[in-house]
Write a protein that binds this ligand. Structure first.
Ligand code: SAM
Length: 470
């Protein structure tokens, strides 16, 4: 029976590769190479189209399940026990600007002695770190101790000049697309917090609490502050700059313009106001603002973040700032919402930060400021179970589940791993979580909203739920 299952997985894999090759050949393109640095191209764009994503996901889930079926359990457990070493090595590559150093080299590959000289570390230690990454296809070791950027490593090249980064390291994260900041944040404070997950879970005072100051982060960082005020402490200046970039990186979970499909923005009357609640530097709003010049935006966040947002918009979209279509407001979403004339309250990746009782408070504050026509647009992952969710249907348009080929897990296993990584991230940082559709719907209803539509990109777990006033 096991061989039959392996063959079934191989069939899934083969069928998906065949379909992918056919898709690419209809566009006269080849699939992007792992060995070549990433570049914006038609082939890369096609790889993120919903059809291609579906085929790639089936390949990833099938290949991973074959691997796990065939490997000795101890090999799998060794991997699971040491996978944090990969994160630590990735943290070093990002922090020491290794992709940037290799890019600035005169030839495509660079000897580790030259790389180590530029970042002032011991070369044989660095070689071993880069070898871990190369063995996981992040960088390529072209000949012993020589390393080149590949499709994966070049994706976190900030494009900045290393001699400038040496003088002002946090400059790396200014007006950047978010990948370096994402890696830096996840492999630093998130990883450190995660290493205290067990101790926090078993802690007699904090283990069963959902307070945002009773998480693994407090234990790991020896602080009593909640994550956001902790980030804003003067000693965390570098981390705060990096976090802003990290959040822009979350817009890359799907192609960033997916926000345009999340809501029918053209249906709004000219002059309508979109309030981006906890908007960070306003990356999703910026995409909407460019496409829909008749709409106005209010970006709300905590004071230091609003300063970052203003700077980011002034540097990236001075024309929109000059037109007066975007304004910036310091606002605490746990307090009364000052914007009373809002067409859409956009809350993207906000609710997942917080435990249920605080999500209800945030959404209720928005409901109290809403007019009868105001809509809520909640953007977050819609987390699936790894088994079939019998009876989990929710009566919201667009909530249909997609078909998964046997014998893959109902959630597409490895192809969906990021949803669960982010869920754990929210647990260790703030006692927040990713939620199923019915869980999202319940919290919205408790706060006086009626969820009506789920807009989800095909083959993505990230959803935009539209709700109306009850
Ligand atoms: C995960 S980020 C999401 C940013 C943005 N919505 C996006 O999707 O790109 C969460 C944001 O919530 C902000 N935030 C945290 N606590 C807040 C509060 N009490 N009031 C307003 N914003 C807050 C943080 O500063 C951060 O920018």
């Amino acid at each position: 029976m096991t061989f039959a299952k392996i063959r079934q997985l191989l069939d899934n894999l083969k069928r998906s590769v065949d379909s992918l090759e056919e898709l690419y050949s209809t566009h006269s393109l080849d699939f992007p190479s792992l060995d070549v640095p990433f570049s914006k191209s038609k082939a890369e764009d096609l790889a993120r189209s919903p059809d291609a994503v579906n085929m790639i996901n089936v390949c990833v889930a099938s290949a991973f399940q074959i691997l796990l079926t065939m490997r000795h359990p101890f090999e799998t457990l060794c991997d699971g026990s040491s996978i944090y070493q990969l994160s630590s090595c990735l943290r070093i590559a990002e922090n020491l600007n290794i992709p940037e150093i290799i890019r600035e080299n005169n030839s495509p590959d660079c000897h580790v002695n030259d790389i180590a000289l530029k970042c002032d570390v011991e070369p044989t230690k660095l070689a071993r770190i880069l070898r871990v990454l190369s063995s996981h296809h992040i960088f390529t070791e072209t000949s012993p101790d020589k390393f080149a950027n590949n499709r994966v490593s070049s994706f976190f090249d900030s494009g900045k000049e290393t001699h400038k980064l040496k003088i002002e390291p946090a400059m790396k994260y200014k007006d950047s697309p978010g990948i370096a900041g994402y890696i830096g944040t996840f492999t630093d404070e998130v990883a450190k917090a995660s290493s205290y997950l067990l101790e926090t879970l078993k802690d007699k005072d904090h283990g069963k609490s959902f307070a945002p100051d009773h998480t693994a982060l407090q234990m790991a960082m020896n602080t009593s502050s909640v994550y956001f005020p902790w980030l804003e402490e003067p000693s965390n200046h570098y981390r705060l700059e990096r976090y802003a970039d990290c959040i822009r990186g979350t817009s890359l979970w799907d192609p960033p313009d997916t926000i345009l499909e999340g809501y029918n923005w053209s249906s709004l009357a000219p002059g309508s106001v979109v309030v981006d609640v906890g908007g960070g530097t306003g990356a999703p709003s910026m995409i909407i603002a460019v496409e829909h010049p008749s709409l106005s935006f209010v970006i709300q966040d905590r004071e230091p973040v609003i300063a970052q947002a203003k700077e980011h918009w002034n540097n990236s979209k001075p024309d929109i700032v000059g037109s007066g279509r975007v304004s910036f407001q310091v606002h605490d979403f746990f307090k009364e919402q000052p914007q009373k004339n809002t067409a859409v309250f956009l809350v993207r990746t906000i609710c997942h930060d917080w435990p249920d009782h605080l999500v209800t408070q945030i959404l209720r504050n928005l409901r109290e400021a809403a007019s009868p026509s105001t809509q809520l647009l909640l953007g977050d992952y819609v987390i699936p179970y790894s088994c079939n969710d019998v009876g989990g249907e929710v009566d919201i348009a667009g909530a249909e589940s997609s078909k998964v080929p046997a014998p893959l897990l109902a959630n597409m296993g490895k192809a969906s791993s990021n949803v669960y990584w982010i869920d754990m991230t929210m647990q260790v940082l703030l006692n927040g979580q990713e939620r199923t559709l019915s869980h999202h719907a319940r919290l919205m209803c408790d706060a006086g909203w009626r969820p009506v539509t789920l807009n989800k990109r095909r083959n993505s777990h990230f959803g935009y739920i539209i709700a109306e006033c009850q």
